[in-house]
Each structure stands twice: as structure tokens, then as C-alpha cells.
Design a protein around this ligand. Structure first.
Ligand code: ADP
Ligand code: MG
Length: 595
């Protein structure tokens, strides 16, 4: 007897449904997408739930509607009005095209469809009730133009799937995410979502994306966004970027739409993040809204049943264009942190520990340098600041100033510089270490390609002995270190002689910093040479920068601000921490309740 047999239709539909509809949020997604494809200008979602689960979903649109015959056919698997043949797959402009969603939803729930076609001969509308894939009712009914689909008893006949649903709140969170993403991709459509009668999302018809963001996130945060716009021969990039201060621990707040289709793409998210470069701390992600309009033939949307993934014919070109569009949008912008930070408690930045107040090098792994080195360092400490500042001088010809002119008022706790802007007299607080780090970082980057003035020879070469894995990491990074001004000579397998160090480090340190960099190189999973170089440069900048606790004269502070204003990104240190916090008059009035 044969052991293989064909499955019946019900089983086939349930299996296929599992791919399209894996949770209530996917039902909402498919129904909202159909409404958009039907040309609706308003879409309303109603959710009902009891204390445990979502009991009913209804999506109502004012789109094209369906005639009676189509209304029944719509629930058949692979029935669609959006695709005629396989050839059409190369230029899909609609959200749907697989003809699977309604069939899948109807296979695992009870669906009531009420629809009436726009501009049709048919006088009445149509009502279809279908449960577990079986048509229970198909009748004429009075109905407004458009479509209403109600879904109940979700997963009633697929207990396995039902068991894996998360808490009601988790499912709601997913639903809100899906609805918002669709709203962001379609600003000209009005979306409203209600849960148990309470309005949860209201994205009215908007003239542009910023307005939609305003509806969803509040007008204050929408106002603070920086616009991005860029064009390549076959692609248009547009969107809005949040300032670096609102950074996130993951990339979930990078909303991406490709030809108005909300998609998830770790490559695009990465490209957006790369565009922020050192404006963000490592492992932090920006808030960003990115829209691509790209030749339909250049994208493949038929990757997965949920249609959330896409492929590009030239992914490298797309991500490169996005990174540079982001970079361009951020450059020259006022990225200063608003003076709110001290009132709300800012999240600790991950790299805060990098700044070591302690000046004496502690280098357990580089034992042999310690003896040779420690006395020199202690001696140097007394006058380090001035030398450090002088070493970081940015050439005068760099005339572009990226900060308003400021007058120094004083120093607080040997850590913060207090200043006011000339003219409008805003109060400005500057983190001296972060500011100097930024100056040094810029200078290191600028000198990287020149031979001159970037390296200084040590009077006596310093031997460094490393553990094997440290030596291996160092060997791989030698060209990168050389680019920064280190001259290292290999002595046997795990010993190096340091002959020269980057100029900015001064003579006082130079070798213990190797330990820092090596542990970075070991710890980080850094893919590109660029990223590694960046990390090395910021480590050098951090080590060489004046520390919190260093007393500065007024003249030194003025010079520091002057140099900072001539850097390209004066508002953040290379780790992405803010360098400057500004209190406007309005902000001060608010704090003192003068308003
Ligand atoms: P797809 O969207 O991939 O075509 P669906 O199963 O989601 O497949 O829908 C099947 C068909 O039903 C669609 O092609 C469309 O013609 C019709 N349809 C579904 N929802 C609507 C709606 N809200 N308004 C008008 N027509 C709809
Ligand atoms: Mg569809």
C-alpha cells in the first residue's frame, strides 16, 4: 500500500495560511494593504479584545469595492486582480500580488465581508461569510461603496498556532507597529485604529511624511527632524532623520519603505546607521524614516509570503547611496542637544568608561613598558594640558565655523566649560573632554593621508611584549596603526619596539594606549577596515584628550571652543556623546516657570 497521499484542500490551505498569517498583526497588515491597493483614501481599523486575546479585527475602507462575483472569488487561493502572469512579477507596483491573503485568513478564522463596487452597474452590495475556508453565506445587502472585512475566531481551527500567541499586549504592540509602518509609507491615506473603542492611532491624511510623523510621534519631535533627499539615475531617496541624541539600542525605529511598501532590511538599516558615522555611540541606532523610490525592475518583492523582505538587483549601490544621502543630510546641521538633558536623566552612554580620569597608565598586558614609562608620565602630568591643547591646534586656514561665536564665562568642577553665545546670549555648557576628543579625532583624520606632522619619534624605542592573541590582533592592524602615526618594529614573535607614536599623544604616553587598542581590536567584531580605523582613531583621540579634572585657563578654554567650532561635527564626540548642551532663553524661562 502506498504511504504517500495528496493532502485535502483544507489541510493545504491551513499549511499555506501558516506562512502568511502567523499572528493577528499579519491579518491587519494584509487587510490594510488590500485597502491601500483598492485606492482607499481612508482606512479604519477596529480591534476588540477580552482580557486574554484579540477577539475581532475589522478593517473598513472607502476604496474600489468588489462586485458580487469577485467577492466570492477573492477567497480562493491564488485569486488576484493584481497579477496576470508570471511575467508581471518583474514590475509589481501593488502591495499584494500573491492572491493568498484572503484565502489564508478565511482558512483559519471566521470572516464577514461586506463590499460594494464603486462605479458599478450592481445596485446592491454583497455580503459573504466564510469560516474555516467554507462559504456559509453569500447574499445581497445594502452597503456603502468600499469594503469592510471583519475577522473573528482567529486560529480557531489551528490550535498549534493559537498556543504560540503571546500575551494580548504583545500582539497589540505588533499590530500598532504594522499599522504605523503602513501609515508612514502612505502619508496621503488617512489611517485610524481603535482598540475596544478607544482611538490608538490617528494618522490623518497628510501632505507629506513629516506631517504623518507629527500625527504619530507628536509635532515637537517631527519638527526636530532633518530632511533627507537624494537622487541617483534609477532611485530617489527621501525621508527624515532624527538628531543623534534620540539614538536607540536597536534598529527598530528605522522605518523603511520601498516604493511605498513597508519593508524590513537589515542592510538598509545598517546603511542608515553608517551614514551617522561617529555621531552615534557604537551599538546605537538612529530614529529615521527612509523612503526609496526605485525602478520596479530593480527590486524583487517576491521573496517571502509576508512580502516584508525585498531584494535589490544592485544592493551595494543602494546601500552606498543611502549612507551618503544620510551623511549629506546631517552635515552642517545644528545637532546640539537641547538643554533638557539635565532635567530628565539621560541614558548612560555605553562608552563613558573610556575616559579614564586616572593618568597613570595601567597596563597589565604590556608589562615591560610600565617601568620605562611611569616616571615620565608622572612628571609630565603637571603641564600636560597646555601641551595637549597646543598639539591639537587646527590650522587657521580652516575658516569654516560650525558653531556660533561664544564667550567663555568659566569652568565648573574642572570638567565643564560654561559659555554664552554672542548676540542672542544662549547659555552653553561644554564637556571639555568630549570637545577635545572631537578636535583630536578630526585632526587625526585630516593628517592620516599626509606624511608630515603626524608622527613623533620616541627618544628611546619602547619594547612591548604581548600575549599571543594580542600579538595576532596587532599584526593584523599594523597598517591601520601606521596610518595614524605609530611606527612599530617587530622583534621576534610577540615583541614589538615602538619607535614613534602619533603626534597628538605627546611624548608622555604612547605605548599603554596600544593595550587599549588591542583589546578593542580583540573585543570588537568589526567587519571593515574602515570601522577598525575609525575605532583606533577614536581610541587615540580619547586617550590624548584633556581629561575631566584638568584645570583650564580662560585662554585655553577659548582656544578649545575655537578649535571645536572648526571641526566638521562639533556637537558630538567621536563616540557619539554630546559635546555641547545649549539652554535657550525660552528653555531657561521654562525651567524658572517664567512663562
Ligand atoms: P492579493 O492582494 O495578493 O491580490 P488577496 O487575497 O489579499 O490577494 O486579495 C484577493 C483579491 O481580492 C485582490 O486581488 C482584490 O482584487 C480583492 N480585494 C481584497 N481586498 C479588497 C478590498 N479591500 N477592496 C477591494 N478589493 C479587494
Ligand atoms: Mg492582498
Amino acid at each position: 500500500m502506498s504511504r504517500i497521499h495528496l493532502l485535502d484542500d483544507e489541510a493545504i490551505n491551513q499549511i499555506a495560511a501558516g506562512e502568511v498569517v502567523d499572528r493577528p498583526a499579519s491579518v491587519i497588515k494584509e487587510l490594510m494593504e488590500n485597502a491601500i491597493d483598492a485606492g482607499a483614501s481612508t482606512v479604519r481599523v477596529d480591534l476588540s479584545s477580552d482580557s486574554r486575546e484579540i477577539t475581532r479585527i475589522r478593517v473598513v475602507d472607502n476604496g474600489s469595492g468588489m462586485e458580487a462575483a469577485d467577492a466570492c472569488l477573492a477567497f480562493t487561493r491564488h485569486a488576484t486582480s493584481k497579477l496576470k502572469s508570471g511575467r508581471d512579477l518583474t514590475h509589481i507596483s501593488t502591495m499584494g500580488f500573491r492572491g493568498e491573503a484572503l484565502a489564508s485568513i478565511a482558512a483559519i478564522s471566521r470572516v464577514t465581508l461586506v463590499t460594494k463596487a464603486r462605479d458599478s452597474e450592481e445596485v446592491a452590495g454583497t455580503r459573504v461569510v466564510i469560516a474555516g475556508g467554507e462559504v456559509l453565506e453569500s447574499t445581497e445587502t445594502g452597503a456603502p461603496e468600499g469594503t469592510s472585512i471583519a475577522v473573528e475566531d482567529i486560529f480557531f481551527n489551528t490550535p498549534a498556532r493559537r498556543k504560540f500567541l503571546r500575551s494580548r499586549q504583545t500582539e497589540l504592540t505588533h499590530i500598532y507597529g504594522v499599522a504605523e509602518h503602513l501609515a508612514l509609507a502612505n502619508p496621503e491615506v488617512s489611517f485610524r485604529l481603535f482598540h475596544n473603542g478607544k482611538e490608538k492611532i490617528s494618522a490623518r491624511k497628510a501632505k507629506d511624511l513629516r506631517e504623518t510623523i507629527g500625527y504619530l510621534r507628536g509635532s515637537a519631535s517631527a519638527r526636530d527632524l532633518l530632511p533627507m533627499k537624494s537622487q541617483t539615475p534609477y532611485m530617489q531617496i527621501s525621508g527624515y532623520l532624527a538628531k543623534p541624541q534620540t539614538s536607540q539600542t536597536n534598529s527598530h525605529q528605522i522605518y523603511i519603505a520601498v516604493n511605498r511598501r513597508p519593508v524590513t532590511s537589515s542592510q538598509i538599516a545598517r546603511a542608515v546607521r553608517d551614514g551617522y558615522g561617529t555621531l552615534l555611540p557604537k551599538n546605537r541606532f538612529p530614529v529615521a524614516y527612509v523612503g526609496l523610490t526605485i525602478d520596479l525592475a530593480q527590486v524583487d518583492v517576491n521573496v517571502h509570503p509576508t512580502k516584508m523582505e525585498i531584494r535589490f538587483s544592485d544592493e551595494g549601490a543602494v546601500t552606498a547611496a543611502i549612507s551618503s544621502a544620510v551623511r549629506e543630510a546631517l552635515s552642517g546641521q545644528d545637532l546640539s542637544a537641547e538643554g533638557e538633558a539635565p532635567l530628565s536623566r539621560p541614558a548612560p552612554f555605553p562608552e563613558q568608561k573610556d575616559e579614564k580620569k586616572e593618568e597613570i597608565p595601567s597596563t597589565p598586558g604590556v608589562a615591560s613598558t610600565e617601568v620605562a614609562y611611569r616616571p615620565a608620565s608622572q612628571h609630565f602630568r603637571l603641564s600636560a594640558t597646555d601641551t595637549q591643547l597646543r598639539l591639537s591646534e587646527i590650522p587657521e586656514e580652516e575658516e569654516i565655523r560650525n558653531l556660533p561665536e561664544m564667550e567663555v564665562l568659566g569652568q565648573v568642577d574642572e570638567t565643564y566649560i560654561i559659555a554664552k553665545t554672542r548676540g542672542n546670549e544662549e547659555l552653553v555648557v561644554i564637556d571639555q573632554h568630549a570637545a577635545h576628543e572631537r578636535i583630536l579625532y578630526d585632526q587625526l583624520c585630516r593628517r592620516r593621508d599626509t606624511e608630515e606632522g603626524r608622527s613623533q619619534e620616541l627618544l628611546v624605542p619602547v619594547p612591548v611584549t604581548l600575549r599571543p592573541e594580542q600579538a595576532a590582533a596587532l599584526a593584523g592592524a599594523l597598517p591601520l596603526l601606521k596610518a595614524e602615526g605609530f611606527v612599530l618594529e617587530e622583534f621576534g614573535r610577540e615583541t614589538y619596539a615602538v619607535r614613534a607614536v602619533p603626534m597628538v599623544l605627546g611624548k608622555r604616553m604612547g605605548t599603554e594606549i596600544l593595550e587599549d587598542m588591542i583589546s578593542d581590536l580583540l573585543a570588537e567584531d568589526m567587519r571593515s577596515a574602515n570601522e577598525r580605523q575609525e575605532k583606533i582613531t577614536s581610541t587615540i583621540a580619547c586617550r590624548a584628550a584633556i581629561k575631566a579634572g584638568a584645570t583650564l585657563s580662560r585662554e585655553q578654554m577659548t582656544r578649545l571652543l575655537d578649535q571645536l567650532s572648526r571641526t566638521e561635527h562639533p556637537y558630538t564626540c567621536p563616540h557619539g556623546r554630546p559635546t555641547i548642551v545649549t539652554y535657550t532663553r525660552a528653555r531657561l524661562d521654562l525651567i524658572f516657570r517664567r512663562t
